[in-house]
Design a protein around this ligand. Sequence first.
Ligand SMILES: C[S@@+](CC[C@H](N)C(=O)[O-])C[C@H]1O[C@@H](n2cnc3c(N)ncnc32)[C@H](O)[C@@H]1O
Length: 265
Amino acid sequence: MAVQSPVQLIQTRFRLDLVDGWGLTPGAQVLEVGCGQGDMTAALADAVGPEGHVLGVDIASPGYGAPVTLGQSAAHLAATPLGERIEFRFECDILDRATSFPAAAFDDVVLSQCSWYFASLGQLRQTLARVRPWARRLRFAEWDLTASSPRQLPHLLAVLIQGQIEASGCHGDGNVRTPFSRQALLDILAETGWQIDGQRMVDTAGLQDADWEIDTCLQLLADDSRLAVLPPALADLIACQGDLLRQTARHFGNLPLPCYSVTAH
Ligand SMILES: C[S@@+](CC[C@H](N)C(=O)[O-])C[C@H]1O[C@@H](n2cnc3c(N)ncnc32)[C@H](O)[C@@H]1O
């Protein structure tokens, strides 16, 4: 895969490492839920080879996303040598009855660093139950709330603040909405009929996501219209966490949380 920008190179390397650990077979048919701009989709398409295929679906519209929208990124990927192996469907809700596939239509279903963007844990539970008959195997990756270094605390705070604002019923239209623990995911997998094959940690050093998430959170904290509707006690609690975030976060170079990968069948 030809990747040019240094930021994209780091992001792509991380996804190639994740996919490498998943051992996809050449020729595999893959469903990727929450594909976003297709960073992971491209890595999956690379792994399945010319005989394989990746269907990337996302609930958002093609105009969602910055600085590059989903639609722009999809058009870019379509023009690359990987384009023939990829199909994108945006504004596609897996829970909508209109979206359906035959049993075992896919070898693998992938949810990679999208589940914290889901509206609720209930929506994630329903999604994992819905895709269960469609695919033989699940490959799942997400940030891990278990910070192992104090330098990861600003990233942790940034996602928890966003999660608390969402949980209060004050909904945003993107970014982190439902941060949850790895244990919560393992419980949901058991409830939805997935049997775990393995778990591993994936190296996140060098990823810029902590800086991006902290920026997003600080912008949110500066948006009075979002915060004005919070119950006063919660608004006070969030304001204090915001103070802590501003005191502890670096201008850039914040250390990202760890990331875990779970495979199941
Ligand atoms: C962080 S981005 C995508 C990351 C991407 N998987 C990657 O590794 O490059 C998360 C995406 O999840 C999508 N999303 C959130 N809830 C969803 C849902 N219920 N079904 C499908 N996609 C969803 C968002 O629209 C967003 O584009």
